[in-house]
Structures are given as C-alpha cells and as structure tokens.
Design a protein around this ligand. Structure first.
Ligand code: B12
Ligand code: SF4
Length: 507
C-alpha cells in the first residue's frame, strides 16, 4: 500500500535554536516498509504545504499518517487533515505520536470526520496492522486504536527497540536539521522511556514508566549508517545505567566511529555516573542539556524532581570539570515577579553553561494537567509550547513576557547575535565554508522570533480549535490509570518489555 507520513511545521522554539529529524516517524516508516508498504515522508519543518500537496497528487497515497508529538501543532494537523480529505476523499487519514495519544477522542471530534482514527502509543507495531485492517468494520478492536466509534484495548510496547532501524533515507533535505553549532545534525535513540515521575512531564506517563535499552551493536550499526558529523541522542535521560553507556562507547570505539554528540540527562545521573560522561567526552560528547528546573528546594519538590540544590550544583561542577558545554533548563512559574526574574538573572550570570527558560505548562499526559488545569487562562493549543503562559501570571501578562524575554536575552547574550558571532566566528566560518547556513541564520533570528510583544499578541489570536479540559480534576496525586498510555507491566510479565526494563535506581 502507498503510505505518506507527515510531520507538522516547527514551533517557535525550533525557529531559533534547532530543528531535528523526525525520528519517531522514521521508525514507524521502517516498520511499514518491512510490512511491504511503499512509504514516503514529508517533514513540514523543512518542506512547505505546497510540497505536501504536490506529493499527494503525484504519489496518490492510499493512507496518510500524521506524526503529532506536539500539542501546539494540533490546529495545523486538523486543518491539513480536512484539506486532504477534501482533495482525496478515499485516502485513509490517521494520526499518532506523543501528544496525539493523550487527546485521541478530542482530535477525532475536532476533525469532524477528516481523521479516520488515532493510533495511541508506539507506532511500530500498530501502524502495519492498522493499514492491513483498513476497510474492516471495527478498527477499534486493535490495541491503541481510537475511532469515532470507540477505543480499542490499551496499546502494546514493542518487544525490542532494536527491531526497526529508522528509515533515514526517507528524510530528504537532511542538511536542514541542526542544533546550534551542530549543523547538520542527525538523531539517534539509545533507550526509550523514563523511570522517574516528574509532575510536569509526560515522558514517563506515555511509556507507563517503562525503560528499554537498545543493544550496543544495534546502536553502533545505526550510528555507522549516519552521514552527519553531529548526533543528537534523543533519550529522555542519557546513561542511567552506566554499563549500557560504556558498552555502547566501546562498540563505537571498536568501529572507530567519530562524531560529535549532544545528549540530555539528569543532575543525579551525571554525578553518579561521571566516568561514563568522561569517557563519552573523549569520544566526542560536546554538548549536554540538563533539566534542573528550579534553583530552590521548594521548586524541586513542587516538580517532584527527586533532586536537590546540592546535587544540582555538584552536577554543574562535574560538567565544568569534564569540559562539556552545558545547557540548563529552568521552569518559570507564572507567579514570578520582577524580583524573582532578577534573582534568576543573577544566578545565571555566574553559572557554568547556557540557561534556557520554559514556562510551567500543564498539558495532557502530565499530572499538572489534572491538578492545575482548572486555572487555565487559555485553551488554545498553539499556546501550549512552553513558551507561553497558560496559567494566571502574578505580573500583568505583557510585563511577564517583558521580564521573560529580557531574562532570556541576558542569558543568551554570550551566545547569540553579533557578540556571540564574534565568539563563535571560527565555527561559523567553518560552517559557511561547508555551505551549512542554519546556525548562522539562527544567530540573527533571536530578536525577530523571540519578542515579548509577539508572545503577548499570540494570546489575542482567535482560536479555531479549543482543548478539552479534563473532566476529572483532582487536588491530590492522580493515579497511574488516569495518566498512562502504555500500561506498566508487572516484572514477571517481561514478554512485552526488553533488556533493562527492570527497576532503575532512583535518587
Ligand atoms: C527529542 C525530543 C525533542 C527534539 C525534537 C525531535 C523531533 N524532531 O521530533 C527537540 C529537542 C527539538 C524537542 C523540542 C521540544 N520538545 Co521535545 N521531546 C523530545 C523527546 C525527549 C523524545 C522524542 C523522540 O524522538 N523520541 C524517540 C522516538 C522514537 O519516539 P517518538 O517521536 O515519540 O515516536 C514514537 C511514537 O510517538 C509514535 N509516533 C510518532 N509519530 C507517529 C506517527 C504515526 C502515524 C504513528 C501511528 C505513530 C507515531 O511512534 C513512534 C515510535 O514508537 C520527547 C520525550 C519523549 N520521550 O517522547 C520530548 C517531548 C515530545 N517534547 C516536549 C516538549 C515540551 C518540547 C518543546 C515544546 C520544549 C520547549 N519549548 O522547550 C520543544 C518544541 C518542539 C517543536 N516541535 O518545536 C514534550 C511534549 C509536549 C507536548 N505535549 O506538546 C515531550 C513529551 C517531553 C516532556 N518532557 O514532556 N523535543
Ligand atoms: S527525569 Fe526528565 S524525562 Fe523523566 S520524568 Fe523527569 S523531566 Fe520527564
């Protein structure tokens, strides 16, 4: 069957800092190909809607699947689905992905018949089964499938995450994927899932708190097939198990693969497994992102980060000692006033690394969605990108954005704009010589993309689609049943999980 997979456009955040290959969609594409489907992909991060409609004409797919990882992309996907339904009434249209999984029924309702079904959870197993079943009366008997007629059983985790190597060849214009000076940059997955349970995050609720590891051989094989010199490791928390990180490193060394790496991890994991990060630094680990989220104990407790300010400070020291460039995320609370923003600016001025700010946002799949959404000031999907305030702010909203943008600009001044360009001039020149212009363009974009007026005005746009707030609010901790997409399996039922799914030591 001819299948077209579509990834929506970049969000505001991506316009400035990065734009990465749609790895999840590439994995689903690989599974569909293995089941003898003819697959093409259009990534609207690097192609236009006109390109998509041209593919629709030329390829004439029997089925079209949207990858919907981000809530802010929902209106775009709904409008596209309706337009595609108008142009190709016989094409079977489905959606999957992280955010799509949490709001399946809502998507179908907004789609008004344009979306035939939503596939919740991991797509590798279900997508081929779904396509095979097109035309059958009751698709909702399949695990994870939701149609207007009802929902099937809970989705199943794939047994082995090595199984479907990403169909990278289907991602055209690969040179457009970059993150900062990692230009161009590919993505790779070493592990899937997260065993922690932070209250603001949906990474753990999606996978039912499971955690699976790819085999070092499969990772090295995948890496060896990547042409790009830079690689973004998409794991939620890299190197939780030191022996896994070491085994991959040894396999990479054995094959003499040389790349630059970017990864994301936790402060406690970095402190505990320092030797793995040191080893990886020697292999090319240059950039590391760490979600500290708060600079005080109260904030860490609020987010259930299960870390402490002393561990966070230690981790910053460790990163500096190892010599890896560090990016730190902090969550901005809506009740911050000028004094609080000033405190963060002061804290960040002396800290080792680049500080990045996201705004506390309850969204479907997180605990805060069930505990905080009563207070939402907007139900416009487009504002749920962690760069907009959707809870009441203590400062008037315009002033809040002024403070936010001022703070981010102060924190970025070492890295962006003319001053930044001088500092990175040799890197920029090297990239220009190679014809890679993503990073250079990014240096100029900060002021045009990230502005308090723009953020404020985004709230005034009429919203065509509104989110469904949860019917069940709770002031206490919600149960797993209210949150999970994939249901956790007892350890004895290991058939559906793979290596490393056993309990992971927590801080
Ligand atoms: C890597 C990553 C990124 C990369 C983007 C990679 C990309 N091009 O998609 C970067 C760093 C750019 C990024 C940025 C952001 N991210 Co992000 N990101 C992740 C992360 C850690 C892993 C995603 C991944 O690649 N996983 C590996 C692949 C294999 O899995 P997958 O993509 O989920 O795909 C599987 C399924 O979803 C499904 N599937 C996917 N597509 C399709 C399509 C069909 C048809 C089907 C059937 C199935 C299907 O099958 C796939 C295989 O099993 C997730 C957390 C997580 N664990 O999911 C957060 C996550 C998705 N990000 C999140 C957020 C908040 C952001 C930001 C908004 C943060 C910010 N403002 O600072 C930005 C904005 C991104 C944007 N689009 O502009 C949230 C989602 C929030 C939401 N509900 O909208 C997540 C869940 C993290 C969290 N802490 O809660 N992110
Ligand atoms: S450790 Fe990171 S990925 Fe895991 S639940 Fe917390 S924020 Fe989410």
């Amino acid at each position: 069957m001819r299948v077209l997979l579509v990834h929506p456009s970049p969000l505001m955040y991506n316009e400035i800092y990065l734009r990465l290959e749609p790895l999840g969609m590439e994995r689903v594409a690989a599974a569909l190909r293995e089941a003898k489907n003819e697959v093409r992909m259009v990534d609207l991060q690097v192609f236009t809607q006109r390109d998509l409609f041209a593919q629709l004409e030329e390829f004439n797919p029997r089925a079209l699947g949207f990858s919907l990882n981000y809530l802010a992309n929902v209106p775009e996907v709904l409008d596209l689905a309706k337009e595609i339904r108008r142009r190709r009434p016989d094409c079977f249209i489905f959606a999957g992905g992280h955010s799509g999984s949490f709001i399946a029924a809502e998507l179908l309702a907004h789609g008004e018949g344009a979306i035939d079904c939503v596939a919740r959870g991991e797509g590798e197993a279900i997508a081929p089964q779904l396509l095979e079943a097109i035309g059958e009366r009751d698709l909702a008997k399949l695990p994870g499938i939701v149609t207007a007629g009802g929902a099937g059983p809970a989705p199943l985790l794939i047994k082995d995450i090595d199984r479907f190597a990403p169909a990278r060849d289907l991602a055209a214009r690969r040179r457009k994927y970059f993150i900062g000076v990692f230009d161009p940059c590919a993505s790779i997955e070493f592990t899937r899932g997260c065993p922690w349970d932070c209250s603001f995050c949906s990474a753990w609720t999606f996978y039912g708190r499971s955690y699976r590891q790819a085999s070092p051989e499969a990772v090295a094989r995948d890496l060896a097939s990547i042409a790009e010199p830079n690689v973004f490791i998409v794991d939620d928390v890299a190197f939780i198990h030191p022996e896994h990180g070491m085994a991959i490193a040894r396999e990479i060394e054995r094959r003499a693969i040389r790349k630059h790496y970017y990864l994301e991890t936790r402060a406690d994991v970095l402190c505990r497994n320092r030797e793995v990060f040191e080893y990886w630094h020697r292999l090319g680990l240059d950039l590391m992102f760490m979600g500290l989220e708060a600079i005080d104990e109260e904030g860490l407790k609020l987010h259930r980060k299960r870390s402490s300010t002393s561990i966070n400070s230690k981790a910053i020291e460790v990163a500096a000692e190892i010599g890896v460039t560090l990016a730190i995320n902090l969550i901005v609370e809506p009740d911050w006033d000028e004094r609080r923003f000033e405190m963060v600016r002061e804290w960040a001025t002396d800290v080792y690394g680049i500080v990045h700010l996201t705004i506390a946002t309850p969204y479907p799949g997180t605990e805060t969605w069930l505990t905080e959404s009563r207070r939402l000031t907007s139900l416009d999907y487009r504002l749920f990108d962690l760069q907009h305030a959707v809870l009441p702010t203590r400062l008037p909203l315009r002033k809040f954005y002024q403070e936010l943008v001022k703070t981010q600009a102060v924190l970025n001044r070492r890295h962006l704009g003319w001053r930044g360009l001088r500092q990175v001039s040799s890197e920029a020149a090297r990239l220009l010589l190679r014809g890679q212009t993503n990073f250079i363009r990014m240096l100029w974009k900060f002021n045009s993309v990230y502005g308090h007026e723009r953020q404020y005005r985004d709230h005034l746009r009429p919203a065509k689609y509104l989110m469904d707030p949860p019917r069940l609010h709770t002031s206490s901790r919600p149960s797993g049943d209210q949150l999970y997409i994939h249901r956790p399996r007892p350890a004895s039922a290991g058939a559906e999980t793979t290596r490393g799914s056993a309990a992971v030591t927590r801080a």
